[in-house]
Design a protein around this ligand. Structure first.
Ligand code: NDP
Length: 483
């Protein structure tokens, strides 16, 4: 397992350069410097990968669940044994603190593989008995070659979240990581080779989304697309895949509300809200970016929250003391700073942060942003409606349940929401009224991999996780036998 400055595609079990022989610069965002090259693949590489996956499909789909289980468990073990290498790669590619990659990203990646390797051993289909007349049973077969496309914010974590159920269910895969964060997918390819994954079962093609990614979506022999990324890209993908009647799973953007009632456990809420606002520099689709606080708690909340946000340590991702690393790219930093300017124009007051953080020394060219808290904005202004996806939150007071539900549900998104209250009846009622695929009460990001994961409205179509993912990656066929 090695870091390589020249990342390669993984096709039919081999690590290879793209046919175009051209490469894209890969940046370390904390240093603001190029540190490796990745293949600028095009539709020819994708076509080779699809052909490789087609060749592998007949054997992989019939090899039996136990053999698939064993190989996927071996891949998981190799990732776990190389935790430090994977975590360092993730931190260098994304700018996130090494401690976060070590504690969250990489452990979750091997957990995904183990979860679906074992799930497939217990996966069964329904049967429906029509008394004295007939019996129906449902066969679930793998789809064939499927495409998995993932974003840069949680690179290996989300890549394996798609690949693991697809492979466990007997499909073969052509996958593309984000061109901004390809290193851990490259290490995964090496882990697959070491684990003895048969050639062609998993193929990883690197490159730009509009080129390599789109070629996967367009390819007629790719039967399903599992995509996580922005809502705009999701719309493009849907417009290409829908006329071809491909199965589609879309996990898209969010603008998640965090609703705080005065009767909450204040200390627990405060600690968790710091995380739900700024973990991974606010670049998690589940981060609560709009914080609504019951009016009589609002002044106390504001004072304490801002005090704690100002104490967050920003800088060297390798330091165990660092809370906030760099955001993923210069372009993304500029986009986030642009939203802060917009918030000011819309009448927002910056309570803390609000600008780039210049870190001295080695990291002086890195893309760091001070965690930012803004108040005084209306719920329907652009800052409160559009996904910023950075270390920026807005805080707003509310007086009644009706009012806060209106605010919370006012965006085009519906991914997740958090509610803080000790009143279980209220929690239940608010959870029911929220337009979101996931509601957390008195917690955030507590994940049981068996639960359905995904959003409503423009946050996506379909659900991942547990049986939902295994159902997505299989085709159901009902067989009816008359008695
Ligand atoms: P993008 O939509 O820009 O990209 C996601 C992936 O799609 C990347 O691999 C990208 O490649 C690729 N891509 C881009 N254009 C196309 C295309 N036309 N056809 C096929 N693939 C394409 O999202 P980001 O990477 O910027 O990720 C951030 C977004 O992801 C946020 O909106 C966030 O909310 C969302 N997200 C949603 C989650 C969820 O579970 N709902 C979880 C995590 C993030 P490349 O990067 O190389 O251009």
């Amino acid at each position: 397992m090695k870091f390589d400055k020249n990342i390669k595609n993984y096709i039919y079990g081999e690590l290879e350069n793209p046919l175009s022989a051209s490469f894209i610069d890969n940046y370390n965002p904390a240093l603001g410097q190029v540190y490796s090259q990745i293949p600028d693949s095009d539709e020819r590489d994708v076509h080779r990968a699809v052909k490789a996956a087609q060749r592998a499909f007949p054997t992989w789909s019939t090899i039996g669940v136990e053999k698939r289980f064993r190989i996927l468990m071996r891949v998981a073990d190799i990732i776990e044994q190389n935790l430090e290498t994977f975590a360092l790669a993730e931190s260098m590619d994304t700018g996130k603190p090494l401690s976060l990659a070590r504690k969250v990203d990489i452990p979750r990646a091997h957990a995904n593989l183990r979860f679906f390797a074992t799930s497939i051993m217990h996966f069964s289909a329904e049967s429906h008995n029509m008394e004295k007349e007939a019996i129906n049973f449902t066969l679930r077969s793998p789809l064939g070659v499927v495409g998995c496309i993932s974003p840069w914010n949680l690179p290996l974590y989300l890549f394996t979240w798609k690949i693991a159920p697809a492979l466990a269910a007997g499909n073969t895969v052509v996958a593309k990581p984000s061109e901004m964060t390809p290193m851990t997918a490259y290490l995964l390819a090496q882990a697959c080779i070491e684990a003895g994954l048969p050639p062609g079962v998993l193929n990883i093609v690197n490159g730009f989304g509009h080129k390599a990614g789109q070629a996967i979506v367009e390819h007629d022999d790719v039967k399903a697309i599992s995509f996580t990324g922005g809502t705009k890209t999701g719309r493009t993908i849907a417009s290409i895949a829908a006329p071809k009647f491909k199965k589609l799973s879309l996990e898209l953007g969010g603008k998640n509300p965090n609703i705080i009632y005065a009767d909450c456990d204040f200390e627990k809420m405060m600690k968790t809200t710091l995380r739900s606002s700024f973990a991974n520099q606010g670049q998690i689709c589940l981060c609560g970016s709009r914080i609504f606080v019951e009016r009589h708690l609002y002044p106390i909340f504001k004072e304490e929250f801002v005090k704690r946000v100002q104490k967050l340590k920003i800088g060297d991702p390798n330091s165990p003391k660092t809370d906030q690393g760099a955001v993923v790219s210069k372009a993304h930093m500029e986009k986030v700073l642009g939203y802060i300017e917009l918030a000011k124009k819309e009448g927002g007051r910056i309570l803390c942060g609000g600008e780039q953080k210049k870190v001295k020394g080695k990291f002086e060219n890195g893309y760091f942003i001070k965690p930012t808290v803004i108040e005084g904005l209306a719920h329907d202004c652009r800052t409160n409606q559009e996904e910023i996806f950075g270390p920026v939150v807005t805080i707003m007071p509310f007086s009644t349940d009706k009012e806060v539900i209106k605010y919370a549900n006012s965006t085009e998104f519906g991914l997740s929401a958090t509610v803080w209250t000790q009143d279980i009846t209220k929690a239940h009622s608010i959870a029911e009224q929220l337009e979101a695929g996931i509601v957390w009460v008195n917690t955030w990001m507590t994940r049981d991999l068996r639960t359905p994961f995904g959003g409503t409205k423009n946050s996506g179509v379909g659900r991942e996780g547990g049986l939902e993912a295994l159902r997505f990656f299989t085709e159901a066929k009902n067989v009816c036998i008359q008695f």
